[in-house]
Design a protein around this ligand. Structure first.
Ligand SMILES: Cc1ncc(C[n+]2csc(CCOP(=O)(O)OP(=O)(O)O)c2C)c(N)n1
Ligand code: SF4
Length: 292
């Protein structure tokens, strides 16, 4: 049970909510860390909106006291973009799994990065489909035997970090749930960074992924140096394609691109969110027209 008795935090759900996650799941440290970050930033629950799709990771917003929207599988990013454009004052966060965001929602990922709304996307990357009992996801290693790939996965995994850097995403980072302090610092930075931020989190699924365990992530990762030039896109790309040990930390961060909200005419003259301008059909049509 997840309830206010466990953690004193404004983002703790006011009444007990039945939690669907298995004991030991890497989603728990992510949940606690996100609550810590929001509390630390002194944000009010009504000023934060979570959006997710379907999956174990996608259930996270149900365990946080704030606005949330559970969409269809893979469809979190367009919804989050819609929330942000309707009310740019909201802190908008997407939390979902690797299957949801990189698989079913992969096309949206590409186009959301191009559009560049000021949202933070946190991917619980357990390298498997957890909710649907262990099928391969887009980040499952080649050769992995799963219930639906009994002879081993034959497709190459995608590299979400390299993909985001290639699309010039303003903030691209990776953290591991095995180190909650570093994870907290990186999520906090991602939320502060203006524009589309991607945080890929290594999250063990203790039931359906017996390869990428807490120990495996510890042994196969290292932290990049603190004094690296995070605006160097070529170096970021080189780091993203390392395979021996997987780098953790901020790969790439820059402020070169204007956000979606900054580019639409609708907000150029008047920065008030739509809902503060009253129910005015003419204004809504103006917003739609400004994006054509
Ligand atoms: C369009 C669509 N395809 C497939 C499914 C079935 N489905 C539900 S959850 C899920 C896997 C979720 O995996 P992931 O996003 O990695 O999250 P996890 O459960 O591992 O946290 C799948 C395939 C669905 N609901 N909708
Ligand atoms: S199946 Fe895996 S991802 Fe889902 S709750 Fe259990 S441990 Fe976590």
């Amino acid at each position: 049970m997840i309830g206010s008795a466990h953690i004193k935090n404004n983002f703790t759900v006011p009444q007990s909510v039945e939690c669907q996650w298995c004991p030991g799941c890497g989603n728990f440290p992510i949940l606690q860390t996100i609550k810590n970050v929001l509390q630390e930033k002194n944000l009010a629950p009504q000023d934060v909106t979570f959006v997710s799709g379907v999956g174990q990771a996608a259930k996270l917003p149900q365990y946080i006291n704030c606005n949330y929207f559970n969409g269809l599988h893979g469809r979190a990013l367009p919804v989050a973009t819609g929330v942000k454009i309707a009310n740019p004052t909201q802190t908008v966060i997407v939390t979902s799994g690797d299957g949801d965001v990189y698989g079913e929602g992969g096309n949206h990922l590409i186009h959301a990065i191009r559009r560049n709304p000021d949202i933070t996307v946190i991917v619980h990357n357990n390298m498997i489909y957890g909710l649907t009992k262990g099928q391969a996801s887009p980040t499952t290693e080649e050769g992995t035997v799963t219930p639906t790939q009994p002879y081993g996965v034959i497709d190459m995994p995608i590299n979400p970090i390299a993909l985001a850097i290639s699309l010039d995403a303003p903030f691209v980072a990776r953290a591991s749930v095995g180190d909650p302090q570093k994870m907290q610092a990186i999520i906090a930075q991602a939320i502060d960074h203006k524009g589309f931020s991607l945080v890929d989190l290594f999250q063990p699924c203790v039931v359906f992924n017996k390869i990428n365990t807490y120990q495996w992530f510890k042994e196969h990762t290292y932290y990049m140096e603190d004094d690296r030039d995070v605006t160097d896109r070529v170096d970021a790309f080189r780091r993203a394609t390392e395979t021996d040990r997987l780098p953790l930390g901020v790969f790439y961060a820059h402020a070169k691109r204007k956000t979606f909200e900054e580019r639409v005419d609708f907000y150029k003259k008047d920065q008030r969110p739509m809902y503060l301008r009253g129910s005015n059909c003419v204004l809504r049509s103006a917003l739609v027209a400004s994006q054509k």
